[in-house]
Write a protein that binds this ligand. Structure first.
Ligand SMILES: Nc1ncnc2c1ncn2[C@@H]1O[C@H](COP(=O)(O)OP(=O)(O)OP(=O)(O)O)[C@@H](O)[C@H]1O
Length: 251
């Protein structure tokens, strides 16, 4: 059974069908890229998964449970974390403090400033936060105020904050957008490392280099419909994909 299973999902805005009868199966432990030209329906699909909009038709199931009707925060509690969209970084706090607070908030359901009464719990969360920072390659910057980080490092801190919540699936929205080449390569390595630990990932990405270095499976959307879905080499050779996308301006 797929970890995330969408069947027949449709969503229209007025007369425009942003998604038409979309099926998507994301297997546990895989990196699944969703690609397509501008306006293909990628954001609408992600919004349907994260509860920011309700499909007109179809089903969205995660770990066997329907997500339909759940609010975005309830979907986060189910174990789906969206990265690189609405990062909540405290710029004056150190990287370690940022990740520790995220871990404490996850543990208590919300951040409660009572942690000073529980020094052992605080120490455990700090140790876990330090591990998350090491995972994303920010061990050396742990005592640095978050506001002083370079742009690419800030995004890796956001990733560490998401990981502090122990999600089952990460949704990555253009994880390398606006990054310099070396930052992009760094981010690819970090995401691969997280993947090796079995983390399931959905990646929305325009950069085909990133897509083909990360994805186990690729689904291609075009005008709200899935025109191809499969292994990267299979999708790369699909004539419909060439026609709609890979042969176009984004290659
Ligand atoms: N809230 C909305 N109201 C009206 N139309 C919308 C709304 N959201 C999306 N659309 C339309 O639905 C279609 C799909 O949009 P969507 O943003 O999902 O595409 P996308 O693949 O994410 O594009 P991009 O790569 O440019 O972000 C587009 O034609 C868009 O204009």
């Amino acid at each position: 059974m797929a970890l995330l299973d969408l069947q027949g999902v449709s969503k229209s805005f007025g007369g425009l069908a942003a998604l038409s009868n979309v099926d998507l199966q994301v297997e546990e432990g895989q990196a699944h890229a969703i690609i397509g030209p501008n306006g293909a329906g990628k954001s609408t699909l992600i919004n349907a998964i994260t509860g920011r909009l309700t499909p007109d038709m179809g089903s969205v199931t995660f770990a066997g449970q329907s997500l339909l009707g759940l609010k975005p925060h309830q979907i986060v509690q189910q174990g789906i974390a969206r990265v690189f969209q609405t990062p909540e970084i405290f710029h004056d706090m150190t990287c370690l403090e940022n990740v520790t607070i995220a871990a404490l908030a996850h543990r208590d359901g919300a951040f409660k400033p009572n942690f000073l009464q529980h020094p052992r719990r605080m120490r455990q969360q700090r140790d876990a936060a330090a591990e998350r920072l090491a995972e994303v390659g920010l061990a050396d910057q742990r005592e640095m105020p978050a506001g002083h980080l370079a742009r690419g490092d800030k995004r890796r801190l956001e990733l560490a904050i998401c990981l502090a919540n122990n999600p089952r699936m990460l949704l990555l929205d253009e994880p390398t957008a606006g990054m310099a080449q070396h930052e992009t390569q760094n981010t690819i390595q970090v995401l691969k490392r997280i993947g090796e630990k079995g983390m399931t990932k959905i990646v929305i990405e325009h950069d085909m280099g990133v897509v083909f270095s990360l994805a186990d499976k690729i689904t291609v959307l075009h005008q709200g419909t899935v025109i191809a879905s499969g292994a990267p080499e299979q999708v790369r050779e699909d004539p419909a994909v060439h026609e709609a996308y890979l042969g176009g301006a984004h290659e």
